[in-house]
Design a protein around this ligand. Structure first.
Ligand code: HSE
Length: 430
C-alpha cells in the first residue's frame, strides 16, 4: 500500500484534531482511500503544552520550514491561521510542488487568486474545504456535487459565535453585551470577538463561496459588511419574532444578469423556515442552482473534530491525487470575466424598518410620504406602543432597492418627526 506522509503546521485546536483523526482513524482512512496516509510531522513553536493527543516520538517539531521540506512530508496542512507566516508557509510548500490543505478563510479570501495561480504554476493542489462551514463539507458539495449547475443564490449562516449570541438574545431577551460576556466565560466566544461579531469572518467565508460559485476573487476590502455588535438589539429580535421572523447574521451571494449582490448583514428570515431553524453554534448554507433547485448544508461550523474531519477529507483527496499522479484543475480565477459586484445600494429585497415617530398628527403621514417619494411600496405598517411621546412604528416594505429605503429614512430624519435612530434590516425568504 502506497504511503503518503502528512505534515501539519500548527498544533492548536484543529491541528490537534487532525493529528488525533489521522492517528485514531487511520484504519478507516486506509480502507476508504487504499492508501497509508500517516502523520509524519507536526510543527509548532510550542512543543511542550499538552493538547490531549499522544504523538509518536519524533513527530512534533518546532521548525515549520524544515517540516515543509522534510522528504517524509508529501502533503502540507496549514492550520496556523492569519495571513502572516501562514501565507509564507503555504507559498513555500507550493513552491516546493507539495499539495497544501488549509482551513484559513482570511488567507484565501484575501490572497486566494495569488495562491491558486502559484499552485497552478507549480502543479500542486490547494484544498480549502474547512475554510467555510468548519465540519460541514459545503465546499466539496458546491465544488463537486454542483459541478454542472449554475448557482444563482447562496445564503449562509456561517459564524457560530454570532448565531449562538443571537439565539441566546432571543431565548433570554438579553442584550448583546451581556450575552457576549457570558459566551466568553463559557469559551463560546473569543476574548477579542471582532472578527466574529463585526461580520468579517462571515464575509471571508461569503467571499470564498462567491469565488467558488462564480470563479473570481471578490475584493473583500470593498464589500458591505455589518455585524451584530451595536446593530441588533433584543427589541428588534422580539418584534421580528412577533412578525414570524428571526434575525440572523446572513451572508448573501445573489447573481443576476445585472450583477452580483455580495454582502453580510443582520437579516430577517422566516422563523419557521430552514434558515430560521438554525440555532446556537450551528452553521448552514442554502444554495440555489438551475439544475438542483435548493440544497442545504447544515452542521457544526467549528470545533476540533468536526473541522479536522473536513481537513482530513481534503488530505485524502490530495493523497489520492498524488498516488494517481494527477491534480485538481485550478478553482479560481476561472470565469472568463468576473461578474460585476453591485454597490450596496443596488441590493433588492423586502425590508423591515423600525421607526420612532413623534406621537402627533402627521408623523406617520410624513413617514409614509417619504417612502412614497422614494418609490418604496409599504406592505404593512403597525404602531407598536408609545413611550415618552414617541411611537414605535414597524414598516415592512415590498421589494425595494436599499438605496431607495436609505433615501426614505434620510427624508424622515429631515422631516423632524422622529425620535431615536431607525433600524433597517433586509428580509430574505428562500
Ligand atoms: N469563529 C468562527 C465561528 C469559527 O464562530 O463560527 C471559525 O471560522
Amino acid at each position: 500500500m502506497k504511503k503518503i506522509g502528512v505534515g501539519v503546521l500548527g498544533f492548536g485546536t484543529v491541528g490537534a484534531g487532525v493529528a488525533k483523526g489521522l492517528l485514531e482513524n487511520a484504519d478507516v482512512l486506509r480502507e476508504r482511500t487504499g492508501l497509508d496516509i500517516s502523520l509524519a510531522r507536526v510543527a509548532d513553536l510550542d512543543t511542550t503544552s499538552d493538547r490531549g493527543v499522544a504523538l509518536p516520538a519524533g513527530v512534533l517539531v518546532s521548525d515549520a520550514m524544515a517540516a515543509i521540506h522534510d522528504p517524509e512530508v508529501q502533503v502540507v496542512v496549514e492550520l496556523i491561521g492569519g495571513t502572516g507566516v501562514a501565507k509564507k508557509f503555504v507559498r513555500e510548500a507550493l513552491l516546493a510542488g507539495k499539495p497544501v490543505v488549509t482551513a484559513n478563510k482570511k488567507l484565501l479570501a484575501e490572497s486566494g487568486a495569488e495562491l491558486f495561480a502559484l499552485a497552478a504554476e507549480k502543479g500542486a493542489d490547494l484544498f480549502f474545504g474547512a475554510s467555510v462551514g468548519g465540519g460541514i463539507p459545503v465546499i466539496r458539495s458546491v465544488r463537486d456535487g454542483l459541478a454542472a449547475a449554475r448557482i444563482d443564490t447562496i445564503y449562509g449562516i456561517l459564524n457560530g459565535t454570532c448565531n449562538y449570541i443571537l439565539t441566546e438574545m432571543e431565548r433570554a431577551g438579553r442584550p448583546f453585551d451581556e450575552v457576549l460576556a457570558a459566551a466568553q466565560k463559557l469559551g463560546f466566544a473569543e476574548a477579542d470577538p471582532t472578527l466574529d461579531v463585526d461580520g468579517f469572518d462571515t464575509l471571508h467565508k461569503a467571499a470564498i463561496l462567491a469565488a467558488l460559485a462564480h470563479g473570481f476573487q471578490p475584493d473583500v476590502h470593498n464589500l458591505p459588511v455589518q455585524g451584530i455588535r451595536g446593530v441588533v438589539g433584543p427589541e428588534d429580535i422580539a418584534l421580528a419574532g412577533e412578525l414570524g421572523y428571526r434575525v440572523k447574521l446572513l451572508a448573501v451571494v445573489k447573481n443576476a444578469a445585472d450583477g452580483l449582490e455580495l454582502r453580510v448583514a443582520p437579516t430577517l428570515v422566516p422563523a419557521s423556515g430552514m434558515l430560521g431553524s438554525v440555532s446556537g453554534v450551528f452553521n448552514a448554507a442554502m444554495v440555489h442552482s438551475d439544475m438542483d433547485d435548493w440544497t442545504m448544508y447544515y452542521g457544526r461550523g467549528a470545533g476540533r473534530l468536526p473541522t479536522a474531519c473536513t481537513v482530513i477529507g481534503d488530505i485524502a483527496d490530495a493523497a489520492r491525487n498524488l498516488a494517481a499522479g494527477t491534480r485538481r484543475p485550478v478553482t479560481m480565477p476561472r470565469a472568463a470575466a468576473a461578474p460585476r459586484v453591485k454597490a450596496p445600494g443596488e441590493a433588492v429585497s423586502k425590508f423591515y424598518v423600525r421607526l420612532s415617530l413623534k406621537d402627533a398628527p402627521g408623523s406617520l403621514a410624513a413617514a409614509a410620504g417619504a417612502f412614497a417619494a422614494c418609490g418604496v411600496s409599504i406592505a404593512s405598517a403597525m404602531q407598536h406602543g408609545t413611550s415618552g411621546g414617541f411611537a414605535t412604528v414597524i414598516v415592512l416594505t415590498h421589494e425595494a432597492r436599499r438605496a431607495a429605503v436609505d433615501d426614505a429614512l434620510a427624508k424622515i430624519a429631515a422631516a423632524g418627526v422622529s425620535g431615536s435612530a431607525p433600524a433597517c434590516f433586509g428580509i430574505e425568504e428562500p
